[in-house]
Design a protein around this ligand. Structure first.
Ligand SMILES: [Zn+2]
Length: 245
């Protein structure tokens, strides 16, 4: 069935001598595995379209498994993002999350909007760290891991004193772990976590993390993903190493 989708390339793999298989996260169909014939030929008209992060219009012949690209136009290459190492490593991580959490041919238009908005803002020069954390919260929700960030995870009290990984959210003095080393209790980190949890896609543009909070929240989110998500994320490790300053 011939159909048109708008999507972003999240992965590309060499296939046979001249072809490529790309993964496109699309508004209309969710993740779409796509065979691009002749993509590796020097004169291929799809050279730009099949690059990682390219946002484009894809005319596809839709099949059950691998669909086939028959025409396409690039909408945005995100070229400024690609020139910024920090932004690029974060964008690559978002792609990896999509690759692991997205389901072929199952649309999630809201997640698509989050993904596109994050890439656009990174391309415009917004700091990638906060955008990435907000996006990760979206991914966690889709994995059924809802962090309790609106009160104590146990009793809903608003008198919270910190974040506990073991409790999966904020805790009050009564429900804080005995070992206080397991509590993330810096006021600025708590404030930032609350702000992130209230973010919606239209306010992503306003995210700006205090510098001292970045490595702490990165570590917290790494631990959440490691313990709860069941995902193995290569580029996340890379991101954490990158952020140790
Ligand atoms: Zn409590």
């Amino acid at each position: 069935m011939a159909t048109e989708i708008k999507g972003i390339v999240t992965r590309r793999i060499d296939f046979k001598e001249n072809d490529e298989i790309i993964s496109v996260f699309s508004q209309e169909l969710g993740r779409v595995p796509l065979l691009v014939r002749g993509a590796k030929r020097a004169n291929s008209r799809y050279k730009a379209l099949t690059q990682l992060f390219t946002y484009g219009d894809f005319g596809i012949s839709q099949r059950d498994g691998l669909s086939l690209l028959y025409q396409g136009e690039t909408i945005d290459y995100f070229s400024r993002l690609k020139m910024n190492y920090q932004a690029m490593s974060h964008a690559a991580y978002l792609c990896e999350l999509i690759n692991q959490v997205g389901v072929d041919y199952q649309p999630d238009p809201e997640l698509f909007t989050w993904f596109l908005t994050c890439l656009q803002l990174m391309d415009e020069g917004h700091e990638p760290e906060g955008l990435t954390l907000a996006f990760e919260l979206q991914i966690l929700m889709r994995l059924g891991i809802a962090l309790q960030l609106s009160g104590c995870a146990i009793c809903q009290s608003q008198q919270i004193i910190g974040f506990s990984l073991a409790m999966g959210g904020f805790v009050c003095a009564n429900h804080a772990p005995q070992n206080r080393q397991q509590l993330v209790d810096q006021p600025l980190v708590i404030k930032t976590l609350i702000a992130l949890s209230r973010q919606d896609v239209s306010t992503l543009v306003n995210i700006k993390l205090p510098t001292e909070v970045k490595p702490i929240l990165r570590q917290v989110f790494d631990q959440i993903f490691e313990q709860y998500s069941g995902l193995y994320l290569k580029s996340q490790k890379f991101l954490s190493t990158d952020l140790k300053f």
